[in-house]
Design a protein around this ligand. Structure first.
Ligand SMILES: *Cc1c(COP(=O)(O)O)cnc(C)c1O
Length: 370
């Protein structure tokens, strides 16, 4: 199933069948809306080529990435649907946008002017309160004027906005999200006669927590939940959606450590008893977060082993006292019982950052999908 044993120092396994399953379950829960698969940042560290191919074979026709390089990668491996670049592309790249049939987000009026006149496929971002990119939806007249002004300078295919608190279920956040959607609706209504095919405002969390029928547009931009992770640690995902990534390593050495001896850089851990300590050949250069020093845990043969001492660049040490483990045993760094969301929770970040942070030197292995 997952081969290439010579790579087995530190590696990631991605379950492509579960990605397809997560997509199907989410879609069945989203009131029939189309899904734009968000595969930016190498599909959140899972491997964009493999993930996009599986989703294309599931019928996905819309993809979103963060930059033109990612978009071209997808085109070159046979992704033939729409590919939307969600962020900035330098104006110098205009010919590549055209050559690869890539859709560029128009960030504001200034940026729209920069790339205008060449018939590039484009969608306008509308800022409904996040203050990141987009035409300011507070001024509906302005939005309408700019969209109409550039309609014929581009092959304009859509407008979209982004929700910034749709993962939080407090009354205040729900109200803010409603306001964002209403502001977006006001802009969309003004340009309804243009018949833009792609109108969208929901991310993973938005699609779960806002009745899709109350929303504007027929598309959900689905990112984190495709990968089976939660937008926010407190969110509940639909039954059957599961993380698709496991990160594994091995035990490279085992030794006895006596009371009073220290472990690792900075001597931050001192043994107060006889210990058995295993070394694991994964470190922060692999993206294993150093904040997990003396704090994180790994799983070996079903048992939890706490990290002792600081995470090094390429190695770490764990306490295996009393556990039945030996050299070469497989170690689970991220898996079903300790997910990227759990790890993120332990160090005060989000699952997104954990999976995006697994570095390129960690090979990704895939199961066959028939
Ligand atoms: C990253 C991103 C998404 C996907 O967000 P998830 O929370 O991962 O679903 C959607 N839209 C935009 C504009 C994004 O930048």
């Amino acid at each position: 199933m997952y081969s290439n044993s010579y790579l087995k120092r530190s590696w990631v396994e991605v379950d492509l069948k579960q990605i397809a399953e997560n997509y199907r379950i989410y879609k069945n829960n989203s009131g029939g809306k189309a899904v734009m698969a968000v595969v930016k940042a190498d599909a959140y560290g899972h491997g964009d080529t493999e993930v996009a191919r599986v989703l294309q074979s599931e019928g996905v026709k819309l993809f979103a990435v963060s930059n033109i390089e990612e978009a071209i990668t997808l085109r070159k491996v046979g992704i033939h649907g729409e590919i939307l670049v969600l962020g900035y592309t330098p104006a110098e790249c205009i010919n590549q946008l055209l050559a690869y049939d890539i859709t560029q987000t128009l960030l504001d009026e200034y940026y729209a002017e920069l790339l205008s006149g060449k018939g590039v496929k484009a969608q306008f971002a509308i800022d409904t309160g996040m203050n990141r990119i987009g035409l300011d939806a507070e001024d509906v007249d302005f939005c309408e004027r700019i969209i109409r002004k550039y309609k014929n300078q581009y092959d304009l295919t859509g407008v979209f906005t982004h929700l910034c608190v749709s993962d939080t279920e407090t009354d205040e956040c729900k109200q803010f999200t409603e306001q964002q959607i209403n502001k977006f609706r006001n802009v969309v209504d003004r340009v309804a006669d243009l018949g833009l095919p792609y109108v969208h405002c929901l991310n993973s969390a938005g699609g779960l927590y806002h009745e899709p029928k109350d929303c504007v547009g027929e598309i959900i931009r689905l990112g984190i939940i495709l990968y089976g992770l939660k937008p926010d640690y407190h969110n509940l995902l639909p039954a059957g959606i599961k993380p698709v990534l496991s990160w594994k390593s091995v035990i490279s050495m085992i030794k006895e450590v006596h009371p009073g001896e220290c472990i690792g850089y900075g001597r931050t851990f001192v043994a107060d008893r006889e210990m058995r300590v295993a070394t694991i050949p994964t470190g922060y250069a692999d993206g294993y977060r150093r904040e997990l020093s003396n704090k994180g845990k790994v799983l070996i043969n079903g048992c939890l082993a706490p990290i002792v001492g600081r995470i090094c660049m390429d190695q770490m040490m764990v306490d295996v006292t009393g556990l039945r483990v030996k050299c070469d045993d497989e170690v689970i760094l991220i898996g079903e019982r300790y997910t990227a969301d759990d790890m993120a929770h332990d160090i005060g970040t989000i699952g997104y950052e954990v999976v995006c942070g697994i570095s390129k030197r960690v090979p990704r292995l895939y199961n066959e999908v028939c």
